[in-house]
Ligand binder design. Structure first.
Ligand SMILES: NC(=O)CCC(=O)C(=O)O
Length: 263
């Protein structure tokens, strides 16, 4: 059901002119602790309806697809995995979520993604028809090191398929995107599932595109929608010229120790 609907939405976005489409985290299943029921083994095409649909629609529409994330089954392990397809329908890369979302806010939200998933152990940067893109999945956005690494390797856009919630969404969602964009003077695009009224994990929504000065270029509300926006990469050059953070950086004085904030 979701798969057919998502295919339609991607086709619709392409018809409206999109050259790159980004989907939300875990779009083919509920965000609960029963991910394995919806998992796909990408090696077996017949057992991978979500994976196959993404590849087909990227090819038929001639667009790049950052395919949100789906539960990937690999042997007896599960990963929260984002597949990126080129306009030829071929898989360019897959990003296994690095930082799993384990949260315990007493009386509010408890969720332990690490009960279901293994973390990935590779960063993901891809060259596409629409430029060099760094990939992170949702909670990966909380870690500035990852975004900084992508920026230093020439990414001009970071895409974070996500599924923030009502507890952290209001305080952190927009702030994190704008911070990652400003820190690295590049574009950040996020995509979230629309707000759901059932289920214990309620989505925040508000898919957004942020520019290299932290400006919100386009954003959705909490309801289902397609956000179409243009990315003008020349803005990166302009911002970096006006405010040359890269040359002002003082790597000679920063020294990191193994900081355990919660020790
Ligand atoms: N699915 C997630 O990774 C949610 C991340 C989140 O809400 C956060 O605050 O971080």
């Amino acid at each position: 059901m979701n798969i057919a609907r998502v295919r339609e939405l991607i086709q619709d976005a392409a018809l409206k002119g999109a050259k790159l489409v980004v989907l939300p985290e875990m779009w083919n299943c509920p965000y609960s602790d029963d991910f394995s029921k919806f998992s796909e083994d990408f090696i077996d095409e017949k057992a991978s309806p979500s994976f196959t649909m993404l590849s087909e629609v990227a090819l038929s529409q001639g667009i790049t697809v950052v395919g949100g994330s789906i539960p990937e089954r690999c042997g007896d392990k599960l990963y929260n995995t984002c597949c990126i397809f080129g306009s030829d329908g071929k898989l360019i890369a897959k990003h296994r979520k690095l930082h799993l979302f384990d949260v315990d806010i007493p009386g509010d939200l408890y969720f332990k993604e690490s009960d279901s998933y293994m973390p990935g152990d590779e960063t993901t940067i891809v060259d596409t028809d629409v430029g060099r893109i760094g990939i992170g999945t949702c909670h990966d956005m909380c870690f500035p090191e990852l975004a900084m690494l992508y920026g230093s390797r020439g990414a001009r856009l970071i895409c974070y398929p996500s599924a923030f919630n009502m507890s952290t969404g209001e305080a952190l969602w927009e702030l994190l995107q704008r911070a990652r964009a400003v820190d690295n003077q590049l574009f950040v695009a996020t995509c979230s599932p629309a707000r759901n009224s059932s289920g214990s994990y309620m989505f925040w929504g508000h898919s957004t595109l942020v520019g290299p000065f932290g400006e919100i270029i386009a954003t959705a509300g909490s309801e289902e929608s397609i956000v179409i926006a243009e990315i003008d990469y020349s803005m990166i050059h302009l911002r970096r010229q006006s405010l040359p953070l890269a040359t002002q950086r003082r790597d000679d004085v920063y020294q990191f120790v193994d900081l355990k904030l919660n020790a």
